[in-house]
Design a protein around this ligand. Structure first.
Ligand code: CP
Ligand code: NVA
Length: 308
């Protein structure tokens, strides 16, 4: 019975950054740094020997899939990829059935889906930890990598100014959570029509503000972040969005108003010439390749945290 299960067993899930405390998140980031050094030295400790991660993708992926799969291999375990088509969930087998069946076989489940509710429902029926591999509302795994990347490059993010450009989407909403948890100031610069969820904004109001003028927003920024203007599932609105988002492009004019040592991040995939210019994406302030690589180390640390 689901009521009994939800209230009687405490399984650690990672559905949003708020699933864990600040100190847990910090210890994951510190452990990721250790694991990254181990990989550099070619030394792999099999802390998850024989453990299996099931990965369900209802949307496409490159980074999330490869980082989890490589991560499990390096930790001595194994990962199973269930594609958007070809599994029974893709043919309509109920989520709660899939969750209970997979829980009998694997030690952890990563789920990439559309509505965040689906992820919550899945987690309610899972006997093993569930990781959000991206929902329409949040992308907490990417934030672990971004926070690790910032820490390596510049140290603590506390009290820094971070500016988000573009859509108030899943990545933006995870940044809003991060601003509250890690106490940095986030300015969201987006068209009026594409602001993040008002409840999420309100919950982090001490750390987040909206500024629709991109030049005012970016002034003095330590970190500038953006993402695609049309996320997966919104492809049919791409044309319409291109016009509305134009003034929120991250280009050299915008970056020149940030601090001299400001960094640029993007979760990728990027659309050059839309949300960011080639010059910035490939320029000296861009952290995007390191950031993508850090998905591996931060998620290995997350898997250890949830499974050991
Ligand atoms: N950033 C990110 O999650 O990339 P993928 O869609 O390739 O997994
Ligand atoms: N906002 C993007 C992120 C992709 C990693 C999307 O949801 O498609």
């Amino acid at each position: 019975n689901i009521f009994f299960k939800v209230f009687s067993v405490s399984i650690k899930h990672f559905l949003t950054l708020d699933s864990l405390s600040r100190s847990d998140l910090e210890s994951i980031i510190d452990r990721a740094l250790e694991l990254k050094n181990e990989v550099k030295n070619g030394n792999f400790e099999a802390t998850l020997n024989n453990r299996v991660l099931g990965m369900i993708f209802e949307k496409s992926s490159t980074r999330t899939r490869v980082s989890f799969e490589t991560g499990m291999a390096q930790l001595g375990g194994h990962a199973i990829y269930l594609a958007p088509t070809g599994s029974q969930i893709g043919r309509g087998e109920p989520l709660q059935d899939t969750a209970r069946v997979l829980s009998k076989m694997v030690d952890c489940i990563m789920f990439r889906t559309f509505e965040h509710e689906r992820l919550k429902q899945f987690a309610n029926y899972s006997d093993v930890p569930v990781i959000n591999g991206l929902s329409d509302s949040f992308h907490p795994c990417q934030l672990l990598a971004d926070l690790l990347t910032y820490k390596e490059a510049r140290g603590s993010i506390e009290n820094k100014k971070v500016v988000w450009f573009g859509d108030g989407n899943n990545m933006c909403q995870s940044y809003i959570n991060a601003a509250r948890i890690f106490n940095f100031q986030l300015v969201v610069s987006c068209p009026e029509e594409f602001t993040p969820d008002s409840k999420i904004l309100k919950f982090s109001k001490e750390n987040t503000s909206l500024e629709h003028d991109p030049f005012k927003a970016v002034n003095g920024a330590d970190l500038v972040v953006t993402d695609v203007w049309a996320s997966m599932g919104q492809e049919n609105t791409q044309e319409n969005r291109r016009e509305k988002f134009k003034k929120y492009q991250v280009n050299s004019e915008v970056m020149s108003q940030a601090k001299n040592n400001a960094l640029f991040m993007h979760c990728l995939p990027a659309h050059r010439g839309e949300e960011v210019t080639e010059e910035i994406l490939e320029g000296p302030q861009s952290m995007v390749w390191e950031e993508a690589g850090n998905r591996l180390h931060s998620q290995k640390a997350l898997l250890e945290f949830l499974l050991i």
